[in-house]
Structures are given as C-alpha cells and as structure tokens.
Design a protein around this ligand. Sequence first.
Ligand code: DAH
Length: 354
Amino acid sequence: MDLDQLVQTLERLALDAEAALAAAHDAAALEAARVQFAGARSGQLKTLQKEVGTLPADSKRAGYVKFNEVKDRIQAALDAAAARVESGADAAIPAGLDPTLPGVRRRLGHVHPITQTIEHLKQIMARLGFEVVEGPEVEDTWHNFVALNIPEDHPARDPLDNFFLACAGKLADDKGAAARTPAIDPTAPDARLMRSQTSTVQIRVMEKSAPPVRIISLGRVYRPDPPDQTHFPMFHQMEGLWIDRSVTMAQLKSVLRMFATNYLGADVSIRFRPSFFPFTEPSVEADFSWKGKWIEFGGAGMVDPNVLRAVGYDPEEVTGFAFGLGVERLCMGRHRIEDIRDLFRNDVRFLEQF
Ligand code: DAH
C-alpha cells in the first residue's frame, strides 16, 4: 500500500467507526464496535498502524500524521458513545422512533370556558342563598312575552328578532308543499320559539311555587343576530329572581355588588344606569368597572306588578327584584376575550388556555 492508498483507507475507517459508534445504543454494541475498530490486538486501527510502519522512509511521517488523526477521531467517537450509553438516554427509545423529530403533545380534554363560568356563577350565587332551577329552551309566547308584560306590538316580539318554530301539529295537518314550508304564525296561541331570554324561567317558577322565591337559572338563549365580535345567535344568560314580603331596590344593588366582587375581586366598581324593561319597574342596567374597563353585564329591576299578577301573586303582598346577566360578557370580561365567536369556534388552541 502506498501513502495515498493508506490515507484513503484510514479515512474510510474513521468514517465507518464514527457511524458504527453513533448507532451503538447499548453496552454490547459499543464493546463490539470498540473491538472491531480499536481492539489492541486485531482491531482495524492496529492493522493499519502496522501498514504505516512498512511505508518508505520519506512518506512514513505523513502516514503517522493521518494515523494519529484517525486514532483521535475514533477515540472521541468511543467516548461520546460510552457517555450516551451510560446516561441511559437511549434506553427508552423504541426501535424505529426518531427522537430528533419535532414532538406532538397529547391534548387532554377539559371543561369549556362557558361551562366553567356557569359553574363559578352558580357557586357564588349559592353562597348568597339562590337556588338553581332549569327551564325549557323551546318556549311558548306566554312565558317568553305575555306573562312578562311584553305586549303584542312590542319590538321584542317581532318575528324577525326571534327564532319561531314551525309547529309540529301544523306540519302533520298540512299536505304537500305546505308541509315542507309550514306557515309560522307568531300570534297563534300554540306558537313556539327558541326562548330569547331566561326571564321565562321566572314565570315558570312563580307559577309553580308560592313566595318566597330566591332562584337563579342559567342557560342558552337564541336571537337571530348575525355573528360579529359581540353577537352570536346563541348565548347564555343568568337570570335571578328574589320575591318576598318586602324586597327592595337596595337589596338588588347589594346582591349585584356582592356578586361582582365575588366574581371579579374587591377591585371592582359597579354602576347602575336607568333603563326600561317591560317586566321591571324601575329598571336599571348594570356595569362593572374592572382593571380600567367597563363591562356591561345586563339588566335588572323591581318586578313589575303586572308580572306578579300574571302568575297569581298579589303585588300588595309581595315585592321582588330580577336580573338577567350575559354569561359570555362576564366570561369575556374576566378573561379579556375580545371576540365572542372565539368561544364557539372550538379551536383547541384557544380553548386549552382556560
Ligand atoms: N331579559 C333581559 C334581556 O334579555 C334581561 C333582563 C333585564 C332580565 C332585566 C331581568 C331584568 O330579569 O329584570 O335583555
């Protein structure tokens, strides 16, 4: 072998040894590679060392320079492999898995932020003595409007502002084309709609039980608003109702203030603006100021005597207050969510932050 051939052979040996040692994942493989390349008696490095000794005198020095370089590289590869095997870093890696690829995190399911908010609100109101009740999402016009003192010509009853449903009875009666596009008559006594407010539950509770009443009801409501940053055709409300012998406006304000400080913290201020709702007199709109921002959170007021009469209560005997708060607004205010649509897009990258 002349010098050129020997230098090439030594280089190939270094590359082979480095590859074999990088692939050695346990002590046995490491030892086999060590014996093959750097074994003191018959290792390939030893064999080539003898070859260098047979070179003509004028090229011996260059041969040893390359030999020493290759010997150092193999030693470095051996040391690195030994350290890796000893640390156990490779032990848990199954065959065929490339641990250098980018990782994928397993996603765990968890409770939706709106559901979390609902649970939180229920806890706060339970501490204030309010019992949770449920009501149906499909309602009749009595509970959604009439008993709540909303007259037939009130804009809130406009069919374009509500999700009226085709009545099942009419569907069965109609034949042919009419059955496919059934007429919806919002003034018919059997008209049904997706409730537009949880105030319906006030009526259902008072119809069934005698005063005193102290309840909240949380659930979905529906309005045909085109979705934008602050509107969605389905959202949630928390309705509250307290009826007793002499419930006052001062109590309404204290309850809402206590609710606000429990939900947002002691650093919240609350303001009441005069307003109008058919089912309360007087009526207010309530806002929270928290961390430099006003959050409009809903309406409230003293239950109108007409509502009490509609459910068979005597307004001379009992008084009460009611409130209706937007759950999404409360959730968005607390968590600084800018767009209501984010809550319903079901993008896990958004949802997993809560
Ligand atoms: N139902 C009203 C709405 O959806 C909110 C509301 C206002 C509820 C005043 C109440 C109340 O109980 O007293 O806009």
